[in-house]
Design a protein around this ligand. Structure first.
Ligand code: NI
Length: 173
């Protein structure tokens, strides 16, 4: 796997807690950043990456939930807005995050959401997604508001992970 030039920020880095600013104009530099983020995501075996995770506090997310390399289906979202489907059930599944290494915990989220965003060419698009992709979209959009999946876990899981998270935050200094 090729090395990525982008360094993934980890738990305790303040950039992960900032509210990211909207992208006003999709420049060639931002298009390249989106491609670099996809590369970094694949290199780290992730299914999603948000710009704050590589230290850029802007509203940009990349996702690819394909399991096989041959089925790759990268999606770039600039300024994504997520609307949960009111009829949708809550689904519970285990999540992890490239910025919170070696931590997995169950998170409840709506199973179906609609997301509106601009694509890599700046064209608006809208998609209604379910299951794994719906979860990834919500997890990544959370990053743009400075929210991490460990904020959404049960108090019991949180208590169990507390010391690990504290150590992680200290370790990056
Ligand atoms: Ni994440």
């Amino acid at each position: 796997m090729a090395d990525s030039p982008l360094k993934i920020r980890t738990y305790g880095d303040p950039v992960l807690r900032a509210v990211a600013r909207p992208v006003e104009k999709i420049t060639p530099e931002l298009q390249q950043l989106a491609r670099d983020m996809l590369q970094a995501m694949y290199a780290a075996d992730g299914v999603g990456l948000a710009a704050p995770q590589i230290g850029k506090s802007i509203r940009l997310v990349v996702i690819d939930v394909a399991r096989e390399e041959s089925e790759r289906n990268p999606i770039v979202f600039f300024n994504p807005e997520v609307f949960p489907d009111d009829e949708s059930d809550l689904a519970i599944a285990e999540e992890g995050c490239l910025s919170v290494p070696d931590v997995w915990a169950e998170v409840a989220r709506p199973d179906r959401v609609t997301v509106k965003a601009l694509d890599i060419d700046g064209q608006p698009f809208e998609m209604t997604v379910e299951g794994h992709l719906a979860r990834a979209v919500q997890h990544e959009a959370d990053h743009l508001d400075g929210r991490l999946f460990v904020d959404r876990i049960s108090p019991t899981d949180r208590a169990m992970l507390q010391s690990k998270l504290k150590k992680m935050a200290r370790g990056r200094k």
